[in-house]
Design a protein around this ligand. Structure first.
Ligand code: AMP
Ligand code: MN
Ligand code: MN
Length: 326
């Protein structure tokens, strides 16, 4: 797919980096591997130049991320409010809302928006948005390769590799194209610790994760001749197994792995009147369009949303929404 080279954008970003000292890097709520890898790679790059960088993403995140290089640059909201930043990088963040109020466009502070969501609102002063990039770290890799290749340390390469690894589902999803594989190869040459990342983030499962997987698989129901799968995580399941919601990363893919299933929803009970939904599509169905109908967003084949309804009411709404895509 044709990709924008962004050369003039990269030059403007380097100009901002050269002229400022304190950078706030913001990711989306409940940050995933691509979001964390994007934040930390930028923070490490800026830090090595003697600049100050603070990272923040609202919500919850996996404990595994704290082992990554640069993890000490992840700040609390309190630390962020005292950090007198001059420039903001927004990474893997499609909309201002997904920063939960932290990002306020329209101020004098320049915003560099680096993202690969098709639904990105281009809220930045500089927008490096390419929906064909497999991960946001692919765009940061393109930026660093073009502007400062010799500054890509093994630690930075590791963080960049993590984003690609996670957003391609371990190099399995359809976004795994030649550029993705070339970048991954180059990052290994530059010192990315690919084996440890694959081991820790793709292969290893916590005990509580496997305990939670059992009732979630039990909840799986097929509809419309097996073309739609719906799975659920209730608070009762979390309480019984001692797992947290972050332990369920990747569970939705079990539904998508069933022969003949074209659309999957994983519903998670947040409270009695709030439900979070992960959507996945096989074939050509666009689940981002359905997510947008409920105020969510994402990619054509992987999207999400939150509904102000109980899990059972949400299930009915999502099932009829998925049927409308068939
Ligand atoms: P998830 O199912 O949480 O793995 O999310 C799949 C994709 O949808 C990711 O690219 C998310 O950034 C996006 N996404 C998830 N939830 C939302 C939401 N509430 N609003 C916008 N995008 C979302
Ligand atoms: Mn993400
Ligand atoms: Mn991403």
């Amino acid at each position: 797919m044709a990709k924008e080279p962004f050369v003039s954008h990269f030059e403007k970003v380097i100009d901002l980096v050269d002229r400022h000292e304190r950078f706030l890097i913001i990711g989306h709520v409940d940050p995933d591997g691509d979001c964390i890898g994007s934040m930390l790679s930028l923070a490490l790059f800026l830090g090595a130049r003697g600049l100050e960088a603070a990272c923040f993403a609202p919500g919850d995140r996996s404990d595994l991320f704290s082992k990554l290089p640069g993890a000490q640059t992840i700040c609390s909201l309190d630390e962020v409010s005292k950090f007198d930043h001059e420039v903001i990088f927004a990474v893997d963040l499609p909309t201002v809302e997904r920063s939960e109020g932290l990002l306020k466009p329209g101020s004098d502070i320049p915003i560099v928006n680096i993202d690969h969501h098709p639904s990105n609102h281009r809220f930045g002063t500089i927008n490096i948005v390419d929906e064909y990039a497999a991960a946001t770290t692919m765009l940061i890799f393109r930026f660093l390769s073009a502007m400062a290749e010799d500054e890509i340390t093994p630690d930075i390469a590791t963080c960049l590799y993590l984003g690609i690894l996670m957003d391609t589902g371990g190099f399995r999803f359809q976004n795994t194209d030649a550029e993705t594989m070339r970048a991954a190869g180059r990052l290994i040459e530059l010192g990315a610790d690919s084996y440890t990342l694959t081991h820790d983030f793709i292969y290893m499962r916590k005990y509580t994760t496997l305990k939670l997987l059992a009732p979630v698989l039990e909840s799986l129901e097929l509809y419309d001749g097996g073309r739609i799968a719906i799975m659920k995580i209730t608070n009762e399941m979390l309480e019984k197994t001692g797992a947290t919601f972050e332990d369920s990363e990747g569970f939705v893919d079990y539904g998508a792995a069933i022969d003949d299933v074209e659309l999957v929803a994983l519903l998670r009970e947040i409270s009695q009147d709030r439900t979070r939904v992960s959507l996945r599509s096989r074939d050509d169905h666009d689940v981002a369009s359905l997510a947008c109908r409920f105020g969510g967003g994402g990619h054509k084949k992987a999207a999400g949303l939150t509904i102000d309804s109980s899990i059972s009411v949400a299930e009915e709404k999502i099932l009829s929404g998925l049927r409308s895509l068939l």
